[in-house]
Each structure stands twice: as C-alpha cells, then as structure tokens.
Design a protein around this ligand. Structure first.
Ligand code: GDP
Ligand code: IMO
Ligand code: MG
Length: 423
C-alpha cells in the first residue's frame, strides 16, 4: 500500500495528484475525514470537488473505498454522488465504490452542534467547515455513535430518532435557530435509503485479501499533517488522524504493508480557518498569490490565508509521516516573481542565537526568511525536468537537500497533464 497525504494545512493538490496516479493502482481508499475535504479534479477543463468520494472514482476499473477511519454524512454523500453524475454521467459510482461497515455516520445534529460551538463565545472558534466532523468523531470516541453497518439493523430508525430528538432538545435549550426536526429526519432517512444502493463491506478484510492477491492499494489522505488531531497545531486542527499511521488504522492495514509515502506540498503555504501561521503574508504580495493561485476554499469558498513556504514545518511533516517522495504543486503560481522567500528557521525575538521550531505559536518567535531568485518560464513548454528554468531546478535541489527526499513530481497547473515526473 502506498499513501498520499498533505504536508501542510490542506489543499495542497492531493486530489489532482491522486486522480493522475490512480491509473497505477487497483484500489483507492480514503482513510480519514469526511465532507470537510475538498479534493478538486479537472476534467475537460471542468472542475469538480470531491468531498467524501475517493479521488480514484474517475478511473475506469479502479475500486474506491470509504474506509472505517472516515465519517460519512448520508445527506451530503447523496448530494455529492448526484452532482458527480450530472458532471459526468459515464462514471459508475455504484459499481466502483464500496463503503466500510465500520465508517461512522455524521448525523444532522452533528453539523448543527458544530455550528453552535463555532458561534458560541464560550468555546474556541476553530474555523471549522461546519460539516459536523468534530461532533461525529467525538461521539465515536464516546462510544455513542452509529456506523454505516447499523443502517441494516431493524432498530436503526429508533436509534436515530432517539439521538436526533435528544440532540435537538439540547440545541433548543442552547437557544439555536433550527430547521424543523421533521425535515431533518426526512432528509436523513431519504439519504440513508440512497446509501443502501452501495456495497457495504468489511473493508479491512477486502483490502488485506486484495494485498494477498497482489493488488496495489493507494491510501488517500484528507486534510493534512498540520491539521492532525495529535501532531497538528492543536486546538486548530481537524478531529481525525491525517498522518501516515492514520492510513493503517483507518483502513485496518499493517504498517508492514506500507510502501511509498507521497507527501504533497505547495511551493508556498495556505491555511483556511484559525490557528498559528508564522509565515503568513498580510500584504499585497499575499493578495497576489491568493488571486493567482485561486486560493479560495474548494469546500467553503473562504479565502485561504497565504504565506511563504515554512521549511521547519515541512521537515516536521516529512519526519512525522516518513515521507519517501515529495510532490511539489503550484510552482506556476510563483512564476514571474522576481524573488521568493522560504522560512529556513525560527529565532526568539530577544535571543537570536536560540533556534526553535516555530509552530508552537509562542510570543516572540520570528520566522527567518531566505530570499531566492524566482523563475519565469512558459510552463506549457516544460515537459520534463531538463526543460525547467535554472532557478526552479535550484529551488527543487535546495528542497531535496534540506528534506533529504527526492522531488518526484512537479505540478505546474490544475490540469491533469500539467505535471512533470522528475525521475
Ligand atoms: P486538495 O484538498 O489537496 O485535493 O487540494 P484542493 O483541490 O482543495 O486545492 C488545490 C487547488 O489547486 C485546486 O483548485 C486544484 O485544481 C489546484 N491545483 C492543483 N495543483 C495545482 C498546480 O500545480 N497549479 C495550480 N495553479 N493549481 C493547482
Ligand atoms: P482537504 O482534504 C483545508 C480545516 C478547517 C478548520 C479545521 C477544522 O481538502 O485538504 P473541521 O471541519 O475538519 O472540523 O475543521 O480544519 N480543514 C481543512 N482545511 N483543507 C481541508 O481538507 C480541510 N479540512 C478541514 O478549515 O480550520
Ligand atoms: Mg481541499
């Protein structure tokens, strides 16, 4: 099993890369998160954003799995499948998608509770996607939630009614404005009927048998390392394990079976939502990168915060995941800049000799920037590593030396063909 995951705060271009390399795999399996993800894929100059569906769904013959480590919102899932089918009627979602019976469900009140917590001043405002992700994972850990496999049980409706009525009552007590409970229930049960069209399987058994049969599996990460519940910039993180080990726990596959670990990073940083971002740009340069890079949330449409590449953070992400190959995206967005900056290390304001790690977000930590000469080329003419401008080649060599891993792919645009295999 190979793994693809994000090394920053999400939206590195995982979807585009997975769509491309899924042709080398028999199975693409999502292992974490849910509809908080937004993985954009371009087809015939049209763009679609996948939320809960794995990014191998466009590749004829590739099996796609929603793994046990994910949380699935049936209402959102139904909308996503219908949207995908209107985007491209030839995609056979029912044929090529299977869902783990152990995947936890996101219930309608989870999203409402997410909104309540985000808007109530007595809680941290995380800047969540308001998809109820944290609430679903919290209830899973509390052992109070329901899973995909439960939808076939005779008392499923009763279980759901009980939870929805309990949560709804609580939300009313909190003074929340709510849609009628009847509507929430109807939409949810409709969507559950829709969900029943799909195969519900013991995904861990299927995946392990597939490995035995010599099949290649690609594990698709959502969110990214710095949003990981344990190793990210807590509390401004998501609620799942986004790192390489999450692929093993989320899919039920031994770490012994892991092969390549592809880490995807942009040539700069972005972040949506709150939390530490030491290299963030607040000036016109930041606005320019945001506009050129179309840095607006694929999922929520929120403007993404933009900043320079943070090398200490990237080294940390490579270490935590054991990344074996780097995928660098958005080199085209920095095209034409006279010079670009990279944060090489951090210093304490009053102790310049004391080098610290950054990310803790402590007062007085200063990112130290190194300016390098930018590149300027027509990327449509760059088809291989030898046709890249010298400045970009030097930048890639600099990253390889610092991170001690090869840059295997360089993405130069959102399109499927806009990528260069480097080795
Ligand atoms: P993901 O969540 O990691 O899959 O990334 P998103 O899809 O949320 O965000 C990445 C955005 O950048 C999408 O709109 C992609 O189409 C686009 N994209 C991916 N790679 C590149 C690239 O190399 N250059 C440019 N300009 N856009 C890219
Ligand atoms: P992909 O897979 C970028 C961020 C939210 C918020 C925090 C918690 O497209 O890279 P949540 O809704 O998960 O409880 O929100 O995590 N976040 C993402 N940011 N890309 C994502 O996914 C994200 N998924 C969650 O903005 O700061
Ligand atoms: Mg995204």
């Amino acid at each position: 099993m190979d793994i693809v995951l994000g090394l920053q705060w999400g939206d590195e271009g995982k979807g585009k890369f997975i769509d491309l390399i899924s042709q080398n795999y028999d199975i693409v399996a999502r292992f974490n998160g849910g509809a908080n993800a937004g993985h954009s894929i371009e087809r015939n100059e049209k763009r679609i954003t996948l939320k809960s569906l794995p990014s191998g769904i466009f590749m004829e013959g590739v099996e796609n799995i929603i793994g046990a480590g994910m949380v699935l919102d049936p209402v959102n899932f139904k909308q996503e499948v219908l949207k995908l089918q209107s985007f491209d009627a030839t995609i056979q979602v029912e044929k090529y998608l299977a869902i783990s019976k152990k995947t936890h469900l996101v219930l309608p009140t989870h999203s409402l509770l997410d909104v309540f917590m985000e808007e109530n001043p007595s809680y941290h405002t995380i800047g969540t996607t308001k998809n109820g992700i944290g609430q679903a994972y919290a209830n899973k850990v509390l052992r109070q939630n329901v899973r995909v496999g439960d939808i076939m049980k005779p008392d499923f409706k009763e279980m759901i009614n009980h939870i929805l009525e309990r949560d709804y009552k609580q939300l009313i007590e909190y003074g929340q404005k709510l849609p009628p409970l009847k509507n929430l229930k109807n939409d949810f049960f409709d969507a559950v009927e829709f969900l029943k069209r799909f195969r519900m399987i013991e995904a861990e058994v299927f995946l392990n048998n597939s490995i035995k049969d010599g099949k290649n599996i690609l594990a698709e990460g959502a969110q990214a390392t710095l949003l990981d519940i344990d190793h990210g910039t807590y509390p401004y993180v998501t609620s799942s394990t986004t790192i390489a080990s999450g692929a093993c726990s989320g899919l039920g596959i031994s770490p012994k079976k892991v092969g390549e670990i592809y880490g995807v990073t942009k040539a700069y940083c972005t972040r949506v939502g709150n939390g530490v971002f030491p290299t963030e740009l607040f000036d016109e340069l930041g606005d320019e990168i945001r506009t050129k890079g179309n840095e607006f949330g694929s999922n929520t449409g929120r403007p993404r915060r933009v900043g320079w590449l943070d090398l200490p953070a990237l080294k940390y992400a490579v270490m935590i995941n054991g990344v074996t190959q780097l995928v660098l995206t958005k080199a085209d967005v920095l095209n034409g800049f006279e010079s670009i900056a990279v944060c090489t290390h951090y210093q304490m304001e009053n102790h310049p000799s004391k080098v610290i790690s950054g990310l803790a977000g402590n007062e007085g930590e200063i990112p130290v920037l190194q300016w390098i000469k930018g590149w300027n080329t027509d990327f449509t003419k760059c088809k291989d590593a030898s046709s890249l401008p010298t400045e970009l080649t030097q930048f890639l060599e600099f990253l390889e030396k610092e991170l001690e891993i090869p840059v295997s792919y360089l993405s130069t645009g959102p399109g499927r063909e806009e990528i260069i295999r480097m080795n």
